[in-house]
Design a protein around this ligand. Structure first.
Ligand SMILES: [Zn+2]
Length: 272
């Protein structure tokens, strides 16, 4: 074999080797090229992420948002107008057809009243009976001047006051639907010291002081305190008490929020 032939063969081998190397490098280059392409990576990665994330993500998103929290948020509101924490004020009204279904007669429980009859919801009436008895034992007379008033009663009473005072009627009376008396848990007190009238001088009696100290023990709170007009929309009504239950009454007293502030924070809007 001549030198030329040997060189030719060597070149042929080198070409073969180069061709083999090129062929071998194609898959490597292919994979290198495609790994840098995000579009090529995603189809590989997606099934993995989907398999891990998808079954958990909707569950994690739905449980707090669409399940527990929303349901809990709606629950107290679903309690409707019978809830002791219902917010009824200048801005929040009861429907015309709302009337509590557990009203009982106060004279039947031995609670002194003005007029023929006065009604209050059963639990409130029972606690009022104990409150009045406890006040009497302390030498303080309490007579109920007004208790439950239906929407129709309130409409008539409000119309009468408007015919006398015009717009000034709003200072002492609520338009129909906006009165706590429609709840069947509010009472107006009076006694002999104020001539059995409903008037502010009641606030200066020993009986009013006794109420300030003890009404909460029976679940009652003064709804329209002195100096609270900007919050409640009503001037001072030392005679008007509302039953909210002993636990709520104690919390209102301790928080110093007043009934209106307490109900704005955690009350129930009328949806009944
Ligand atoms: Zn009242």
């Amino acid at each position: 074999m001549g030198l030329t032939e040997r060189v030719r063969r060597l070149r042929h081998r080198a070409e073969l080797l180069a061709a083999i190397l090129v062929l071998l490098s194609i898959p490597v280059l292919w994979s290198l090229f495609h790994q840098t392409d995000p579009a090529a990576v995603r189809p590989v990665a997606r099934p993995v992420t989907q398999a891990r994330v998808l079954p958990q993500a909707p569950a994690a998103a739905q449980t707090p948002l669409d399940g527990t929290v929303e349901a809990d948020r709606e629950k107290p509101r679903a309690g409707g107008c019978d809830d002791p924490k219902i917010l009824v004020d200048r801005a929040h009204a009861l429907p015309a057809d709302y009337a509590p279904d557990d009203l009982v007669s106060l004279p039947g429980l031995g609670v002194p009243i003005l007029g023929q009859d006065a009604l209050l919801r059963r639990e409130a009436a029972g606690n009022l009976e104990r409150l009045v008895a406890s006040a009497a034992a302390a030498g303080e007379e309490l007579t109920v001047a007004s208790a439950y008033r239906s929407y129709t009663d309130q409409r008539a009473s409000y119309a009468r006051l408007v015919s006398i005072y015009g717009k000034g009627a709003d200072k002492t009376s609520a338009p129909p639907g906006h009165s706590q008396h429609q709840l069947g848990t509010a009472v107006d007190f009076t006694n002999a010291a104020v001539g059995y009238q409903v008037r502010r001088s009641f606030g200066r009696t020993g009986t009013a002081q006794w109420l300030t100290l003890h009404a909460h023990e029976y679940g009652f709170v003064m709804a329209y305190p002195l100096g609270g007009e900007t919050k409640t929309g009503y001037g001072w009504e030392p005679w008007h008490y509302r039953y909210v239950g002993t636990d709520n009454a104690r919390r209102i007293r301790e928080s110093k929020l007043g009934l209106q502030g307490f109900l704005l924070r955690e009350g129930v809007l009328p949806r009944c």
